[in-house]
Design a protein around this ligand. Structure first.
Ligand code: ZN
Length: 476
């Protein structure tokens, strides 16, 4: 209507007329009508709903029959399903992950003020490209929020700044930058290490000031992970001091733990969330009940361990459209020809195949006991989020629950459920339109029509995906 009027008038007067025409009626950026709403809170599907979106936020959620008469771009949701944007609350964005990755971002960690050699500058560029491709794969897979649980700070914090400035196509990035732990403990190669509280407290304060972590990740594990040799454990009194200080800055904490004992200790040291399920063995009924009582959110991270045997036994998953978009042909070729045979020979692959069903059942029990579990992959690829959801469904978690676990529970894990995680007025407009019902089968969460972040439809044709340019999945 408005556009026709402008066209008709034409010329210099057009902009003045447009202002007059636009002024009186309330206008939304978008209105989705007649859609089946799955709002993320866990309430039953609501049919024939209208959702208003304006200036990045959800303005109204109401039956279409009684929706406010506002102008704006209308999207017909007939026969379609609207869910909140998915979240992955444990990733390590590719491009730079510890070890050699430190060199990839260019600076010498031991001498950060030294000039960056030309080769390292090229590596830093490659790291950024790889990071941007991974971020694009999340958006393409319907994931609108990620938490990076440990990375080379320059790599992830630079991308976080660019994301917040609207300079890159990316899900919302929350990050810890470095981890925090005890010397010799799990993850110490990428951590700020605290040995003695009174001496090392300034190190922690400097880290908080410089990196501005959204959620600080600690580690509490006497295993390197799984069956690896025993290593030094972060002392609990020190852990408590760190958590208290971080919380006093208004920042939440999360912890890497892998056993029931260490998860329990972390909770009673005051941790705000847990970065992994219990994977060292089956949990007790009492632990499930404790998780239900405490409601400390626990990340699922099942795919990381399951992914090894999956590649060996079912490499055909790489043919799925989401993986085709997220990897380039050379990467897929290398995974089939090199990674697959290497993983087949590793004991670790088969150990994780054995332990994953135990962790799956642990997650199901905690969810059933009223605990808060949240989708997380410990990986760096959008499609892995869908695999994570499949593994919960295989464990017997109802598909409708999994939608909440992948959305509102993720927001709770991050302490962001006041602004993210569900489709309710006032929240940020992060959502995904699907062509099939994910509460019947979570596999339907892959049937994406469009993805919206902060009230903007993602322009899929312009996503820098490793698999190349993809066609737009929506028909407008
Ligand atoms: Zn991790």
């Amino acid at each position: 209507m408005k556009r026709h009027a402008i066209k008709f008038v034409g010329g210099i007067a057009a902009s003045a007329i447009a202002i007059v025409l636009a002024a009186p009626a309330a206008a939304e950026d978008y209105i989705v009508d007649n859609v089946t709403l799955i709002d993320g809170t866990g309430q039953p599907n609501q049919q024939a709903m209208s959702i208003g979106i304006d200036k990045g936020k959800i303005t109204f959620v109401t039956p279409t029959a009684v929706a406010p008469k506002v102008s704006g771009q209308r999207i017909d949701g007939t026969g379609r399903y609207l869910i909140p944007g998915l979240m992955d609350v444990h990733i390590h964005l590719q491009g730079a992950r510890g070890g050699d990755g430190r060199r990839m971002v260019g600076k010498d960690p031991k001498n950060p003020s030294a000039p960056i050699p030309a080769t390292a500058q090229a590596d830093a560029k490659a790291a950024r490209v790889a990071g941007l491709q991974a971020l694009a794969s999340y958006l393409y897979s319907g994931v609108t929020t990620v938490y990076d649980a440990g990375n080379v700070p320059e790599h992830i914090l630079g991308l976080r700044a660019d994301e917040r400035a609207g300079k890159i196509q990316s899900p919302r990035i929350f990050a810890t930058g470095n981890l925090v732990t005890y010397p010799g403990s799990h993850g110490d190669s990428m951590a700020i290490t605290i040995d003695n509280w009174s001496e090392d407290k300034p190190k922690l304060l400097k880290y908080l000031e410089e990196q501005k972590p959204d959620i600080v990740k600690l580690t509490l594990d006497e295993h390197g992970w799984g069956t690896r040799p025993l290593i030094t454990l972060l002392p609990l009194d020190l852990m408590q001091e760190i958590i208290l200080e971080v919380n006093r800055h208004g920042i939440r904490t999360t912890a890497h733990t892998s056993s029931e004992l260490r998860a329990t200790e972390a909770i009673f040291a005051g941790i705000d969330s847990l970065a992994h399920p219990v994977i060292q063995g089956p949990i007790s009924e009492e632990f499930a009940k404790l998780m239900g009582a405490k409601k400390v959110a626990m990340a699922t991270t099942l795919t990381i361990g399951e992914g090894y045997s999956r590649l060996v036994e079912h490499p055909e998953y790489l043919d799925q459209p989401l993986y085709r978009a997220a990897y380039n042909a050379a990467e897929i070729g290398e995974m089939r020809s090199k990674t697959l045979p290497a993983w087949k020979e590793r004991g670790w692959t088969w150990w994780m195949k054995l332990m994953t069903p135990i962790a799956q059942e642990n997650m199901r029990m905690i969810d059933a006991a009223g605990g808060v579990i949240a989708i997380a992959t410990d990986q760096t690829l959008g499609p892995a989020v869908h695999r994570e959801m499949e593994l919960l469904q295989a464990a017997g978690v109802p598909a409708a629950r999994i939608v909440t676990i992948a959305t509102l529970n993720g927001a709770k894990h991050l302490g962001k459920d006041d602004i993210l995680g569900s489709i309710e007025p006032g929240k940020l407009a992060d959502m995904v339109l699907l062509s099939a019902d994910p509460t019947v089968d979570i596999d339907n969460a892959k049937k994406i029509v469009w993805v919206m972040k902060g009230g903007q439809l993602i322009d899929e044709e312009r996503l820098p995906l490793a698999g190349g340019t993809q066609n737009r999945r929506r028909d407008f």
